[in-house]
Design a protein around this ligand. Structure first.
Ligand SMILES: NC(=O)c1ccc[n+]([C@@H]2O[C@H](COP(=O)([O-])OP(=O)(O)OC[C@H]3O[C@@H](n4cnc5c(N)ncnc54)[C@H](O)[C@@H]3O)[C@@H](O)[C@H]2O)c1
Length: 275
């Protein structure tokens, strides 16, 4: 893997040896690699056993198969994070398969136009909060006993800088849900900390993912749109799902054993600029 300035990055193959992690939203619609998929692949490449969970079982299986083809350990599981019983089933599947659970990464996130002055009909507000916030809570509640039983572990949710500063008109529900994840993280960290279970949120900026690429294609000037996103931060490089995965892997690993309740902004510095 190539790092900054063309330098070679070490593979860190055993960094997560002994870890077993559930990744929700691990599939990607269509071709390419989304954030959830990149997380699942990197955790497995660093030695974790990964349960790839997605609403669409075929997407999860595609990712699990790719991990196995690369020599990693992974299984697929179809489940809807909106359903607490499905959340329990995904945790049970991971423990059954891998013997323990040391990590949960909640990457599922959906959007939908929502605003204060012109609420659409139907308004996706309730659905967006149900998936992005309540869905994450269902998974965390389901995973907590297993993480405690493992002697400690890590919960990582995937937030967005849309929850930190105004993003764009019509993002009311999405932005609110992502801000809520940082709040949820604080309470989870407080309650589970005594059990050495940490909770952190990776607050991601304008990453170029297949989901964003599809949205860009609907813009009048897709190339200009991509270029504006690329230039939005302090670092003149486009963010990728692999950048998100790197941050998540650190927070899953024992290297972050003393870090909890944090919202780690991964955005190339975009929230620090006036651009
Ligand atoms: N790409 C960006 O610029 C960006 C920026 C900020 C935050 N994010 C966040 O990153 C996360 C992942 O994004 P992505 O690009 O990988 O998305 P994606 O659309 O590629 O993948 C999300 C997956 O979640 C699954 N899913 C949807 N609803 C589900 C449910 N109820 N239960 C289980 N699975 C469900 C989908 O089937 C899909 O495979 C989201 O939380 C998103 O909000 C992305």
């Amino acid at each position: 893997m190539t790092g900054v300035g063309g330098r070679t990055r070490p593979a860190l193959r055993d960094r997560l040896a002994g870890h077993s992690v559930v990744v929700t939203g691990a599939g990607t619609a269509g071709d390419g690699v989304g954030n959830g998929q990149a997380v699942a692949r990197l955790l497995a490449a660093q030695g974790a056993a990964v349960l790839c969970v997605d609403l669409h079982g075929d997407r999860a299986e595609r990712v699990a198969q790719a991990i196995r083809d690369a020599g990693g350990t992974a299984a697929a599981h179809a489940g809807d994070v909106r359903d607490p019983r499905a959340a329990s089933a995904m945790v049970a599947a991971a423990v059954d398969r891998f013997g323990t659970l040391t990590g949960l990464v909640c990457t599922v996130g959906v959007g939908g136009p929502s605003s204060v002055l012109a609420p659409p009909d139907p308004d996706p507000w309730a659905d967006v909060l149900d998936v992005n916030v309540t869905g994450a809570l269902h998974c965390i509640r389901a995973a907590a006993p297993a993480l405690v039983a493992a002697g400690g572990g890590s919960v990582v949710t995937v937030g967005s800088t849309a929850g930190l500063r105004h993003y764009q008109p019509g993002a009311l529900a999405y932005a609110t849900s992502k801000a809520a994840l940082s709040g949820l993280t604080l309470s989870v960290a407080g309650e589970l900390g005594p059990h050495r279970v940490r909770a952190n949120t990776v607050v991601i900026g304008q990453v170029w993912s297949p989901m964003v690429e599809a949205a860009a294609a609907r813009q009048p000037d897709p190339d200009g749109y991509r270029d504006r996103r690329r230039r939005s931060g302090l670092i003149p490089d486009e963010g990728t799902p692999e950048d998100v995965a790197d941050a998540v892997a650190f927070l899953v690993s024992d290297e972050s054993r003393w870090i909890t309740g944090q919202s780690l902004v991964v955005d190339g510095g975009a929230t620090l600029t006036m651009r």
